[in-house]
Design a protein around this ligand. Sequence first.
Ligand code: FES
Length: 59
Amino acid sequence: MSDVICRCRKATKEDVDKAISRGAKTIYDVGIRSRAGTGCGSCRHMIEKMLIAQKNSGK
Ligand code: FES
C-alpha cells in the first residue's frame, strides 16, 4: 500500500513523486499533475518537503 499524503484527493506519495519527476517545481504544479494539495491544504507542507528534497538531490 502506498502512503496517502493528501487525504482530500487520495493522492499518494508515489503520485506526488511522479508529478515531481514529470517536472513539477511548485506545489501548484504538483496540484495540476496529481491533484494533491488542491483541497484543504493541510498536506501542502509535506509536498513542499518533497519538492525541497528533490531540489537538494540535484536533479
Ligand atoms: S489533505 Fe491534501 S488538500 Fe486536504
